[in-house]
Design a protein around this ligand. Structure first.
Ligand code: SF4
Length: 226
């Protein structure tokens, strides 16, 4: 089936800012407990879980990491492990060959350059193999408490539908959003928007009838803009 071509909303920055100001209090009130779905207890676990979550559901990742994090408790454990064994341990998350290479590569750098500890800055995180801005922002926001906007598929889709940005490139979109959303709310914004994208504004069938921000959304009931 041919992919539906979505029309592009033209976004004006000032208008986007105004829209955000109206929608944000409603979204925060609707999802007061929105948080990350991946389970972890330290930055290393979140880094590994985030790498595993590419093209995989958080539910599946949590199932796999339940045992995985008992077996590998430090970056050094991942470095010592045979690549084939890592592949076999993470196979059910998909794309396991690349993920195994990235996990082992990232942990090798963590051990060699950061004394076995996941570094806590964007600049340093981006030096780890397989870590892009999305993963880095997730680790910064949820493991280190440093504000970060995680531009995953939900944040990209909703930001466009909500008329907050017309960029689909995740890095450009992140910078657009960083200009609109106050820094202190970056991490919460990511969780709230992801939750709204999973529950109401889904990719195929957004439920505009029951959406609490429909009156402020330029794409409400307009399938051409979905
Ligand atoms: S009104 Fe519709 S398109 Fe807009 S955010 Fe709500 S569900 Fe999504």
């Amino acid at each position: 089936m041919a992919k539906k071509k979505t029309k592009k909303l033209k976004v004006d920055k000032e208008l986007a800012r105004e829209r955000f100001k109206k929608m944000w209090p409603i979204l925060k009130k609707t999802y007061p407990n929105a948080t990350i779905a991946l389970r972890f207890v330290n930055p290393l676990e979140l880094l590994i879980a985030t790498i595993l979550s590419a093209q995989c559901t958080d539910k599946r990742v949590n199932l796999v990491t339940k045992d995985l994090f008992k077996k590998y408790t430090s970056a050094a454990d991942w470095v010592k492990a045979d690549l084939k064994e890592i592949e076999s341990d993470i196979r059910t998350t998909g794309f396991y060959r690349n993920k195994a290479i990235n996990i082992k590569g990232a942990c090798t750098r963590i051990v060699e350059h950061y004394d076995g500890n996941v570094p806590g800055s964007m600049e340093e995180l981006l030096t780890l193999p397989g870590v892009g801005r999305k993963t880095a922002n997730c680790v910064l926001g949820d493991a280190f408490g440093i504000p970060g906007i995680t531009c995953d598929t939900h944040v990209i889709r909703l930001s466009r539908r909500l008329g907050l940005s017309d960029n689909s490139d995740p890095v450009k979109l992140e910078f657009d959003l960083a200009d609109i959303v106050p820094k202190r709310s970056w991490t919460a914004f990511s969780h709230v928007v992801i939750t709204h994208g999973r529950n109401v504004c889904t990719a195929r069938k957004p439920d505009c009838e029951n959406c609490p921000i429909a009156k402020h959304c330029p794409s409400a009931n307009n399938p051409d803009l979905w």
